[in-house]
Design a protein around this ligand. Structure first.
Ligand code: 5RP
Length: 290
């Protein structure tokens, strides 16, 4: 029991200062619970934008270029990223818990590039809690006759887990082996992800009409970088996505396969958080590469 001697009477009521009622800066997230918002705020920060660094590729591709040794290639980049997207295996074996970076945990697992992609199941609910994940990511294969229903079930099952523990879910739109997808396809896939409860949706950028993809998705969209392209083009891609209303990137190969990953991730951050144009960001990349 608190000591009642010399008890200080309550007097600081701030009568003329109304309690601030703040909105939440992320699209479609204002009605979420405190834990969800807190985790989203860790990923998206004060400006509601995020540079997520994706290095989950090994879960279907094995040690592809740039992620052969995540301790050597990815860990030194963590200080420049707002969030790390990876599997629980990499997290526990390689990522220092002291890195204190929000983690978007790859929460489905299944087939490799050698067989039918996306024949996945969801990992145990408690895993995301154990590793203190700030979000869980699951793939959806919209339009894939074999895997669409299964991957959508993975998504809404993961959303059930997320709701239970206050962990946001990122729905990852898969493009599979046929990369040609357009705005109409991504409007459908991203909207399906959001309608089924995803709090963040990962999409690919499309040249024509990406702003309609963002506009018709009621929650924040981050884009994948996709296959490695020249640095100037990748910065341009990030810039155009942000101009169209994206909330950030979840970029992998165009960072860790760059000629200078540390310079590249800082240049991408310049686009995401600093509003740098592609030219300015590329100049930054070149300067940091010297
Ligand atoms: C697919 C993913 C990958 O993490 C995604 O492809 C991001 O990486 P990249 O920028 O290399 O495309 O979510 O499961």
């Amino acid at each position: 029991m608190a000591d009642m001697d010399n008890f200080k009477e309550a007097e600081s009521f701030g009568i003329n200062t109304p309690q601030e009622t703040t909105g939440f800066p992320l699209k479609g997230c204002n009605n979420l619970d405190w834990g969800m918002k807190n985790r989203l705020a860790r990923i998206f920060g004060d400006d509601g934008k995020s540079l997520m660094l994706a290095c989950d590729h090994g879960f279907i591709m094995g040690p592809t270029g740039g992620v052969e040794r995540i301790d050597l290639s990815i860990v030194p980049l963590l200080k420049y990223a707002d969030c790390l997207m990876c599997t629980r295996g990499i997290l526990r074996s390689v990522i220092p818990p002291t890195a204190n970076i929000p983690v978007c945990l790859r929460s489905d697992a299944g087939t490799s590039i050698l067989t039918n992609l996306n024949d996945n199941v969801v990992i145990a609910a408690e895993e995301a809690v154990r590793v203190n994940a700030s979000a869980m990511a699951v793939m959806i294969a919209v339009g894939d006759e074999l895997m669409e229903a299964k991957t959508m079930a993975n998504l809404y099952h993961t959303v059930d887990i997320g709701q239970k523990y206050g962990i946001p879910v990122m729905g990852v739109t898969a493009v599979g082996k046929q990369m040609a997808r357009d705005a109409k396809y991504f409007r459908l896939a991203t909207r399906m992800a959001a309608e089924n409860g995803a709090n963040i949706v990962k999409s690919y950028y499309v040249e024509e009409g990406f702003e309609t993809v963002v506009a018709s998705c009621p929650v924040p969209i981050v884009i994948a970088g996709g296959k490695k392209i020249p640095e100037r083009d990748a910065l341009d891609l990030a810039y155009r996505a942000m101009q169209a209303g994206a909330a950030g990137v979840d970029m992998g190969r165009n960072v860790f396969q760059s000629t200078n990953p540390a310079a590249m991730i800082q240049a991408v951050a310049g686009v995401i958080h600093g509003g740098l144009t592609p030219d300015a960001a590329y100049e930054m990349f070149q300067d940091l590469s010297k």
